[in-house]
Ligand binder design. Sequence first.
Ligand code: PLP
Length: 431
Amino acid sequence: MIETAYGENFACSKIAPVRHLSGNQFILELFHGPTGSFKDLSLQLLPHLFAHCIPPSCNYMILVATSGDTGSAVLNGFSRINKNHKQRIAVATFFPENGVSDFQKAQIIGSQKENGWAVGVKSDFDFCQTAIKRIFKDSDFTGFLIMEHGTILSSANSINWGRLLPQVVYHASAYLDLVSQGFISFGSPVDVCIPTGNFGNILAAVYAKMMGIPIRKFICASNQNHVLTDFIKTGHYDLRERKITPTFSPSIDILKASNLERHLHMMANKDGGLMTKLFNQLEEQQHFQIDKMLVEKLQQDFVADWCSERECLAAIHSTYSTSGYILDPHTAVAKVVADRMQDKTCPVIVASTAHYSKFAPAIMQALKIKEINHTSSSQLYLLSSYNALPPPHEALLERMKQQEKMEYQVCAADVDVLKNHVEKLIQNQFV
Ligand SMILES: *Cc1c(COP(=O)(O)O)cnc(C)c1O
């Protein structure tokens, strides 16, 4: 399965190579997969594991909420399982209709295959994620789908453990690459800095540390939607007075970081009762506060800060000017925070979570390139002609060429409307 998932689908034979940027900063390039974001690292493997593990007698409808990159990665991944599996495994991805970049949207819609569907929702990512969690918990509905259509619902967001597991691997390989390239000796520490939305990637780094990789600090980077970094600084998770602001780094425009609950549970010695209390409080009162001891425990390993829109573009510009390397906006967010928060006493591995091609308009603005032509494809070709590092992403360029106008559905921000839609897809797919 690993051979199938990573053998030929990645543009770089190292799959997740590490590149020295400058000084003590290293870039872990996680964007060489078919859809150009780090989501491919888990979503090329997960479908094979999934198809292997499920019992043969049921159909499975996988529901996914996406803040931009999961959608195309999950559709791409599940389109690669074999024909027999496709007849009983299908995916529906729900994305915020107006909350993803134009390129991401075209990519999600264009990734629809015979067993995969894209659905625009007239709301933000948090609504999509909460709505899907509510559908999973609605036992009347899930029971009905089993009885009536022989179909079980499942998830492929990072709330699914199968997503996190493959992500542990590259945190280990990045460390070992620094050792084998002679930048550090085996056993000496590194920091990691990760642009964080749903807390999945950074949690995988925590697991890598628990398995023995000597990661000293986890530097958590946010954009303007910085509820998570505020929480790490204060222990107060506060959604009151906050609304998602669209940014240049849409894949981390998230206020309810799903995997945080997992991490807190572990920090609080698996006190499930406490988690239920805190997260019910978040649901009902829009905020919770953890006690001082837990905050201190969290801060032993975690450092956090956020990056403004202006700083993000400035970092893309200055990195390109000094090293000829183009950072995608998410990676730039992490770089800004690493510059500010890391003390330079050990190397820092900055996770580069997407290829810059996915965010051409932001890059054009950052590099102050006057755009005459506004189409995504012309911007992409123009940027590719710059001979910058990293090289252009061939699979993404290829995708632009085949700009079929595919149909997709748009839903109102209403859980019942989503449920109806799920049932309709199941009927069309399996019945
Ligand atoms: C999904 C995503 C993130 C956030 O990852 P989490 O695991 O949700 O924290 C960051 N950058 C990009 C480009 C992404 O697609």
